[in-house]
Write a protein that binds this ligand. Structure first.
Ligand code: ATP
Length: 293
């Protein structure tokens, strides 16, 4: 086998609470991740030389060693004392710096794909440990489906995945740095009374209406304070016909809505399409990375 094509799925957070600040500067979270159908394609080819190269046409994605996909290939190469080089081509569809873990998904796809392409034989657990060294969301992107994330989001407990739940995603075109959002956090914030309900609901039964009512993301507070136009967009999204609930994903700025059915998702997509920089319908996905051929 000379090349492998891996689908790298984006994630949303159905619930995100920050439960404390750690001495190393990171924050401890309680979050529920879910993979979604929206994905990048990552094509990995063996090279004759030992070099790792990355190519992506998106202008905001680096092609050097700072690309998370490059770092993932380097991590595996280091673990086995050097492998033959690889060229990595990223066909980007996931908006960048948008709270959808695009970079982390690419890194997960490279860990999974290079492991298969070279028959390295690392277990999923070991790949997830390597992933955690690259970024807090990488282990979930390898895990896929639905999971409760604790620690910095890298300690995962599997939850039942929601099958083909219709979603609408909107991004107003504001790139937000995750680090900047955490800096703006104010720990005296009080939580709404239903905070935590979604975790219990998902653990006990898969009830879409209760899940939609329990959608919660503490990071909306600092992000909406800085960018009130995102809050306005969320209100408009929430009042669309067939919208069960809406939330900002991760540190934003992407908003998602859980929709009653694919027809109402498509109707709202046409409503927003010409007004935001990115708008698409998708569904929840049971997988995070997937080998296509
Ligand atoms: P998270 O929710 O994990 O913080 P995000 O979806 O908000 O992620 P990314 O799309 O992963 O953000 O991009 C964050 C930054 O990482 C970008 O500004 C980009 O310069 C850099 N980056 C490095 N590698 C990649 C990659 N493979 N794809 C996208 N961005 C990358």
């Amino acid at each position: 086998m000379q090349k492998i094509r891996v689908r790298a799925h984006a994630k949303i957070n159905l619930y995100l609470d920050v439960v404390g600040k750690r001495e190393d500067g990171y924050h401890n979270l309680e979050t529920i991740f879910h993979s979604i159908g929206l994905h990048d394609d990552v094509i990995i080819r063996k090279r004759d030389t030992k070099e790792i190269t990355v190519r992506c046409e998106h202008p905001a994605v680096p092609s050097d060693a700072s690309n998370l996909a490059y770092r993932a290939a380097q991590r595996l190469s280091d673990a086995v004392g050097g492998i033959a080089g690889v060229s990595i081509e990223i066909q980007k569809r996931i908006p960048v710096a948008a709270g959808l873990a695009g970079g982390s998904a690419n890194a997960a796809a490279v860990l999974h794909g290079v492991n298969e392409l070279f028959g390295l034989g690392f277990s999923q657990e070991t790949l997830m440990r390597f992933g955690a060294q690259l970024g807090a969301d990488v282990p979930f992107c390898l895990h896929g489906g639905a999971a409760l994330g604790t620690g910095i989001g890298d300690e995962l407990t599997r939850l039942p995945a929601l099958s083909d739940l219709p979603l609408l995603l909107l991004n107003p075109g504001i790139e937000i740095s995750t680090a900047a959002v955490f800096k703006m956090l104010n720990f005296s914030l009080t939580k709404p009374e239903n905070a935590g309900i979604i975790i219990r609901t998902l653990m006990e039964k898969v009830d879409v209406l209760s899940i939609s009512e329990g959608l919660y993301n503490l990071l909306e507070v600092p992000v909406f304070a800085e960018y009130p136009e995102i809050a306005t967009l969320k209100t408009e999204l929430s009042t669309q016909a067939g919208c069960f609930g809406a939330l900002m994903s991760g540190s934003g700025a992407t908003l998602f809505a859980v929709m009653q059915d694919s027809e109402s998702a498509r109707r709202s997509e046409s409503y927003f399409k010409n007004r935001v920089s990115f708008c698409t319908t998708t569904v929840t996905s049971p997988v995070g990375v997937y080998i296509k051929d």
